[in-house]
Design a protein around this ligand. Sequence first.
Ligand SMILES: [Zn+2]
Length: 183
Amino acid sequence: MKIMLDAGHGPNTSGKRTPDGKMKEFEFNEAVAQFVKKELTAFGVIVMNSHDRERDVPLKERTTLANKMGVDALISIHANAFGTTWNSASGIETFTYTKPSDLSIILATLIQNSLCSITGRSSRGVKKADFAVVRDTRMPAVLVECGFMTNKYEAILLQSTEYRMRCAKAIAFAILCWIDQKR
Ligand SMILES: [Zn+2]
């Protein structure tokens, strides 16, 4: 079983940070991806990354790599934003493509439920969107938003190692359940 983890954006992506500039979204995404990798590897799952700590990997390069490697699923990890200033939008949401496969919907639902129950954050539901990482990949693919950088409380959570590990455990648990269901 081969899983591709995609930490959204990159170390130099402009914008994509908390309103006070304390945290770049990529820091969160990449830290969670690392923890997920550790969890999955312990269960014998082969994990690959489509992102790079040193540079911003273009979306096309990420989806091309996933298709070329023939991974079984791609999970793109993000932190959300509503506008660029502090506001009350909050919670967790997971996206599939607008015309998702059944396996994508199952994976998204498992991740969404697992994340909400482990973190206790509110659920905004499983949604559909025309995002490149879920559109241009040939395998089940989902994009998860683990909380809002523009919400003062969630921004604090997103910066904590404890919350990042919690998110990672939830995502890894969901992927392992999905793998089991597929067998
Ligand atoms: Zn993002």
